[in-house]
Ligand binder design. Structure first.
Ligand SMILES: [Zn+2]
Length: 66
């Protein structure tokens, strides 16, 4: 009998995972990692979300800073 079906063993970013450039495959997820993405991908995604939000805020401001 196998244990209950496990989630993916490797980062859900697939080819976009930074680990692909280093080890040729997506980062292996720790069993303690409850997410589908490895730590680096989560950090990167958070950075992208933050920067795009800042960009949107800046773009929404009615002043021009050039
Ligand atoms: Zn990853």
């Amino acid at each position: 009998m196998k244990e209950t079906r496990k989630k993916a063993e490797r980062c859900a970013s697939g080819e976009d995972c930074p680990a692909v450039a280093e080890i040729g495959r997506p980062e292996k997820l720790s069993r303690h990692n409850k997410d589908d993405y490895c730590y680096r991908c989560r950090t990167r995604r958070a950075d992208e979300a933050t920067s795009s939000r800042e960009r949107r805020v800046q773009g929404g401001l009615p002043r021009v800073s050039v």
